[in-house]
Design a protein around this ligand. Structure first.
Ligand code: AR6
Length: 171
């Protein structure tokens, strides 16, 4: 049974076995959480991402998929990179967002990670409305069987924390 916890803060400072990165399919870094993780974690993470691209992800990491690297100088042991969908009003991409959380938990199980910190995937640069992003995140983690003992949502902004609190209360 995975316990869901919420904290306000910066995911790069989290002491957890793994932290999840809201990456893009290139795995070559970007803004938001992705930028912060590569900046604070140092060049080792990017070097591993390059190696993964060269070895088995020639076309990049698909939306909804997840893959792990070590965490360089971060307190966590691993970074699980996942690619959220860009929000669209025209098309329902919720299944892809749910897949990010399911696949990240699957990778965490493969690694033997018991504590995993998640950001609000897709709810920043990718434009997903926060309440909906929070509901999908919380319901998916709650509904996914895994050996992870703690899934910690690390929310940067007050409005994100409030949205996740409401989503947990609605479970
Ligand atoms: N710790 C925790 N949460 C954070 C942090 C942090 N250090 N920094 C930002 N957030 P985003 P996305 C929050 O944009 O929407 C990148 O360029 C942020 O306030 O990081 O999935 C990638 O390379 C928001 O609530 O991820 C992709 O191109 C949430 O994390 C693209 O952005 C997610 O915001 C991915 O966009």
């Amino acid at each position: 049974m995975t316990r869901i916890t919420l904290v306000r803060g910066d995911i790069t400072e989290q002491h957890a076995d793994a932290i999840v990165n809201a990456a893009n399919s290139s795995l070559m870094g970007g803004g938001g959480v992705d930028g912060a993780i590569h900046r604070r974690g140092g060049p080792e993470i990017l070097a591993e991402c390059r190696a993964l691209r060269a070895a088995k992800l020639g076309r990049g990491l698909a939306t909804g998929a997840a893959v792990a690297t070590t965490a360089g100088r971060l307190p966590a042991r691993w970074v699980i990179h996942t690619v959220g969908p860009v929000y669209s009003r025209a098309e329902d991409r919720s299944a892809l967002l749910a897949s990010c959380y399911r696949e990240s938990l699957r990778v965490a199980d493969d690694l033997g990670a018991s504590t995993v910190a998640f950001p609000a995937v897709s709810a920043g640069i990718y434009g997903w409305p926060m309440d909906d992003a929070a509901r999908i995140a919380v319901e998916t983690v709650h509904g996914t069987p895994s050996a992870v003992t703690e899934a910690r949502f690390v929310l940067f902004e007050a409005r994100a924390y409030i949205a996740f609190e409401a989503a947990v209360a609605a479970l």
